[in-house]
Structure formats: structure tokens, C-alpha cells
Design a protein around this ligand. Sequence first.
Ligand SMILES: Nc1ncnc2c1ncn2[C@@H]1O[C@H](COP(=O)(O)OP(=O)(O)OP(=O)(O)O)[C@@H](O)[C@H]1O
Ligand SMILES: [Mg+2]
Length: 378
Amino acid sequence: MDNNFSPSRPNRKQIPLICRLLSLRLRRRLKATRWHISENRSNQLKLFLYHFRNGDSYAAGRLGIEIFDLRDCPPSGFFYAGRAGRKDGIVFHDEHWIAKYPRTTRDLTGKHLPLHTSSPISEYLGSHIYHLLGIPVHETVLGYREGKIVCACKDFTWPNKRLFEFKMLKNSLSDDEEGFSSAPSDGESIYLPDVLSAIELSPVLRSIPGVRERFWGMFVIDAFIKNPDRNNGNWGVLYSPDGTYELAPVYDNGSSLFSKRSASLATRRLDSPDELEQDAFGTNVSCYRLPSINNPKGIPIHPFSYMESTHNPDLDAAVVRFAERVDLAAIDELIDSIPEEAYGIILMPDPVRTSHKTLLRKRYEEGILPVYRRITTG
Ligand SMILES: Nc1ncnc2c1ncn2[C@@H]1O[C@H](COP(=O)(O)OP(=O)(O)OP(=O)(O)O)[C@@H](O)[C@H]1O
Ligand SMILES: [Mg+2]
């Protein structure tokens, strides 16, 4: 092969044509830039200041997944509940989707909060980690709508299914059932033994294969992605018009991966081994609690200590499934596929990217692997 290939010089006749093509290209590029700047003027300014503060050049973000332009998607006419930010039913590619927006933090307490959460990125990453681990999960893409980066989630009930959240199934239990710490019909109760008893007693859940596997699978994966929000409204079953039930795909992963943390705080905490330990395990608390005589609110469960100290065959099986399936290189690739910026908005600064990868690796190596070894070597 000729490695010394060099393009031949244009001849005199070709020069005016080349000049015309170049000027046309330049005009098009200027037009696109003008449009981009006027469309996103304040985002562009924020982006410029961000790069200026960080001492690097004002460069476009790394190439990665497509951030879909959802501005022109019409409303679907469907509405959704939830406390973690606005949702907007939209029609995208002829199907019903939910655009989940970042939530304002102005009414939240806590230090160093950013103006908005990064829950759309958390929803996207958390959901794709579930997918990589082989668990059915709602389909998600990132997009741009009404000046924000949103996570669009395909509505798995559309066109004719209905979601019944676990709390509704729990509410149907008779209060005469024995052995519950709070009323069996209390749909919101997150005492772990009550939740497990409700799974055993609910006729609908008993009729669906794999409910316990799903429950403990979510327990382990939520610990891995630090999702404290798998409450009784955040999983459930789908009802079809033919009268059958199936487990709904996993949904609501928007609170995972520190969705309320500013980039500057993530950067600072990366430098401290103690703070990394806290972030991986210390502050990693499940939404479930254990009943306690001394504490009416119950005792919070730290999922990694719980996995280490509890001998429950369903939990052990979930740990084994996780450890034998997880692919940290694929998870790193997923995290790297988020562009640094899009539409003039910062999606993921490098320290946040590094923080996600470091914490996930730490939770796997120091949290899950030792439990896996204990289970498999006896
Ligand atoms: N992909 C989906 N398809 C259909 N319905 C969905 C989907 N995702 C969420 N929902 C419904 O919308 C509700 C709100 O969504 P989600 O739980 O993600 O919101 P949230 O604001 O994060 O909630 P929370 O108050 O639990 O933090 C869910 O409880 C569920 O009923
Ligand atoms: Mg929810």
C-alpha cells in the first residue's frame, strides 16, 4: 500500500469552484452557530463560564450517545405523579414517552446543592446499569426539551396496560393477617419483614413467577448504584386487558448516583479516602427499615452490612447473579458515553464521571465481592 499518498494539487480551473464551495460551507457553519447561540444564549454563557473557571478551553463535549431534540414532540395527553420533578407526557417516534425533568432544589434542605438535580442523567445511567445486569427495565434516552436535559422514559403501560404499584397490592391485604409490625394494609410501610410477608401473601404477586428474585435483585443493584428510593410506589405489576399480571419493568432510578450533588462537591470528595468510603458505603442506606422496640421509625438498613450479615437464600442468590453478570468495563463505557455537554448545557463534568466510576468499582470490589466469596466458598 502507498503510505506516501498526498492529494494532487488542484489545477487553475478548479480553484474558483473550490473557493465557492468553501465559502458556502463557511456561511452554513456561521448560520448554524448564530442559531445555536441565540437559541441557547444563557446556556452558552454558563458553559463558557464553566470552562473559564476550570481553566480549560471552550471545547465541544466528547462524542457520545445522541441527546435527542425533543422540543417539537407533541404532548401525549397523559399525566404522571411523583415528587422528584416535573413530568411531561410526550409522543416520540409515534409512541408515548415520559419526559422527566431535573427537579429544582430550592425547597430542599442541604448544603452545596446545585440549582437543579441531575436526576435525568441518574435515571438514564441507573436504568442502563439495570439493563446491563439483565433485569427488565424501562427504555430511556436523554433529550433536550424546554431548555433542559431530560430523561425520556418509554411508557410501558401504553397503549392498554395498567400499572399497579406494590403499595396498592399491599393495601389490599387484610388487617387480620398476623405477624406484621404495622397494619398489613399500610401500603407505605417499609419495614422489610412486612414487605417480604406482603410479597408472600398477595395473591397477585404469588401468581407471578420471579417476584422474590426481582425484589432481591433490585435490593442488590440499588445498593450498587446507591438508589435509596425503591419505596413501595417504585416497583409494581402490569395488568393486561386479558386479566393477566406480569412484573413491570424496573422504573424510577432518578435518585441514584448522587443526583443532588454539585460537581464541585464531587470533585472535593474524590480526593479524600474517608469521604469516598462514606459515599460508597456509609451514607448508602436502603429505603427499607427493620422494626425496633426503641425506635418507632425503625432502624435504617445499610445494604452492604445487611448482605454481609444476613443468611437469606434469595438475597444470596441475587448477590451471586449480580457478581457473575456484572461487567465493570461495560459500565465504564456507559458512563463515558454521556457527552460532557449538549445544547450548551453541562451534562457530566470529568470529576463527576470519575466519581461514578470510582464509587461503583469500590462498591463492587469491597462490598459485593466479599459477600460473593463468602457465599460461594461456604
Ligand atoms: N416508564 C414508565 N412507564 C409508565 N409509567 C411510569 C414509567 N415511569 C414512571 N411511571 C409512573 O409515573 C410515576 C412517577 O414516576 P417516577 O416514580 O419515576 O417519578 P418520581 O418523581 O421520581 O417519583 P418519586 O416520588 O417516587 O421520587 C411512577 O410512580 C409510575 O406510576
Ligand atoms: Mg417514583
